[in-house]
Design a protein around this ligand. Sequence first.
Ligand SMILES: [Mg+2]
Length: 338
Amino acid sequence: MPESQPNADGSAAVSLESLLAGMRVVSLPMTVRFRGITEREAALLPIGDRWVEWSPFLEYEAPEASRWLRAALTTFDTPSAPLRDRVPVNATLPAVPADQAVQVLERYGRWRTVKIKVAERGQRLDDDVARVRAVRERFPEARIRIDANGGWDLDQAETALRTLEPFGLEYAEQPVAQLHDLVTLRTRFDRIPIAADESVRKAEDPLRVARMGAADIVVVKVQPLGGVSAALDTVVASGLPAVVSSALDTSVGLAAGVQLAARLPSLDYDCGLSTGALLGGDVVRRRLLPEWDGDAAVLPVTQPEVDEGLLDEFAAADERQQHWRQRLIDCWPLAQAV
Ligand SMILES: [Mg+2]
């Protein structure tokens, strides 16, 4: 593989041909069903002598997936130095039945903050309340935040937040999908901070959230926002506190998230980067899994070392490799044009 120097804009000087020749797609088993999936497919792309992750979810079309590709190509474009050598992280609890909640959380080891998924399709508010209650009863000191992924309408969100408020919530993430509903919810309900996630990462203009006063906190992810540097710019321009999260990344993607979090001007909230605990396999031997440092569960700022034996072990089927090759071909011109 030839050495590559970055382009003037920070993107990696690589060719589509070299990426197609070296791309490896893995299918990692998950320890618990999350986002409706039990296996996580991710592509690892060779850039210079390193690997970067490109893992848009399978249902994403080329315009969205190409932004994730842009992020992969700019992974090593990190202009500023890290401000910290470790990053506090939260546990993430999928929308599992309440009686499984504690067992799933044990996978994370010790933690002080948990994000609980709510408003899952096919479930009712009673299910969410039971899940939150189970966690609160078992962990009375925990910082609990919820994430509805925009699954409620305005009235449902208001009812849900009033019902869940007594459990003590750090914040509510994307309770409703629409920006104007977020604005309305904030005016009607000022006791729980509102965080925006999809309204940032899926928006044409990720800063509209801040300009409209639609959130107290922005959730940022490296791949959807086009890379570490672009995500950092978004946070600074928003003027809001930020929570860096993952998208069920391998340790390679998680490490990029840690690089971003380590560069935020201030880090007021634990980051959603411990989702490696939901994966039953990875592409590095020294996985990025949270460790308790006496105060919080943390991840170190590291450069992950991909193990090619693990790329073989978890290699996706030939037909899936072919699918991703075509995906890369489709996304390549769009990633250049972003
Ligand atoms: Mg979210």
